[in-house]
Design a binder for this molecule. Structure first.
Ligand SMILES: Nc1ncnc2c1ncn2[C@@H]1O[C@H](COP(=O)(O)OP(=O)(O)OP(=O)(O)O)[C@@H](O)[C@H]1O
Ligand SMILES: Nc1ccn([C@@H]2O[C@H](COP(=O)(O)O)[C@@H](O)[C@H]2O)c(=O)n1
Length: 229
């Protein structure tokens, strides 16, 4: 069967990667979490002294962006890809609240986006890929055969993230997470380069009141439809 490109965009913490990973595994496609790439650039900036408080040394980051190599490797224990930054597994580190609270300003920088989008387009050049993010259907793969835009209320999204962090034994309050979700949505929607928006030809999914298995079934049905068309 001919392979296609699947772009899943939407607001933070709404379940994009959960759906994307499951679908990719079932249909034998590559899964790429583009948010993990922006998170890895943020972690690099934090670990290399490019932040002073909330200020980013953009000149230094611009010089060093070519030295930031991000890759993914399947973790046999979780069955999902882990993120590597310059050869080091940073999957756990990039998911902390500290990174979440600094990532959106980094992702708003034009030269960072240019570098990440080029890598993402390279990863998807042979199709057979499910990529999730904020600008996949609008900028990275505007010709994707299947585009989904996911949303859910900020409170529901914050609760999902809170439950996830709690299950991992990480300290984070609900209010802090809700604030972070709202702040990232604002920055992501209002940045100058590739702001978060639904592509005109994307299907809208509000999964506020859907279970993980319901949204998985919905996505599989959309995939079937596109493949049969
Ligand atoms: N329909 C759902 N009902 C309840 N929990 C869900 C649902 N979908 C996903 N989740 C849970 O919500 C949390 C966030 O999901 P996920 O990481 O897939 O979101 P995301 O949109 O990829 O987030 P981000 O863009 O911030 O990386 C996870 O703990 C996931 O298990
Ligand atoms: N295509 C993308 C993906 C992500 N971002 C930015 O990265 C942040 C973290 O992404 P998560 O998916 O892990 O939440 C996100 O808030 C965006 O600022 C992006 O700009 N483009």
């Amino acid at each position: 069967m001919k392979k296609i490109t699947i772009a899943i965009d939407g607001f933070s913490s709404c379940g994009k990667s959960t759906m994307a990973k499951d679908l990719a595994r079932e249909i034998g496609y590559i899964y790429i979490d583009s948010g993990a790439m922006y998170r890895a650039v943020t972690l690099y900036s934090m670990e290399n002294g490019l932040f002073t408080g909330n200020d980013i040394d953009t000149e230094k980051l611009k010089e060093q962006i070519k030295d930031i190599h991000i890759s993914f490797q399947l973790n046999p224990d979780t069955g999902r890809p882990d993120t590597f930054l310059n050869g080091v597994n940073v999957e756990k580190k990039i998911r902390t609240m500290e990174v979440s609270s600094r990532v959106s300003p980094i992702a708003a920088l034009d030269f960072v986006r240019e570098a990440m989008v080029a890598q993402q387009q390279e990863m998807g050049k042979s199709k057979g890929i499910v990529m999730d993010g904020r600008d996949i259907g609008t900028t990275v793969f505007p010709d994707a055969e299947l585009k989904i835009f996911v949303t859910a209320s900020p409170e529901i999204r914050a609760q999902r993230r809170y439950d996830e962090l709690k299950a991992k034994g990480e300290e984070a309050g609900f209010d802090e997470i809700l604030e972070n979700v709202k702040q990232r949505d604002y920055i992501d929607q209002n940045r100058a380069v590739s702001p978060l928006r639904k592509a005109d030809d994307a299907l809208l999914l509000d999964n506020s009141h859907m279970t993980i298995s319901q949204q998985k079934e919905w996505l599989a049905a959309q995939f079937e439809k596109v493949c049969k068309a």
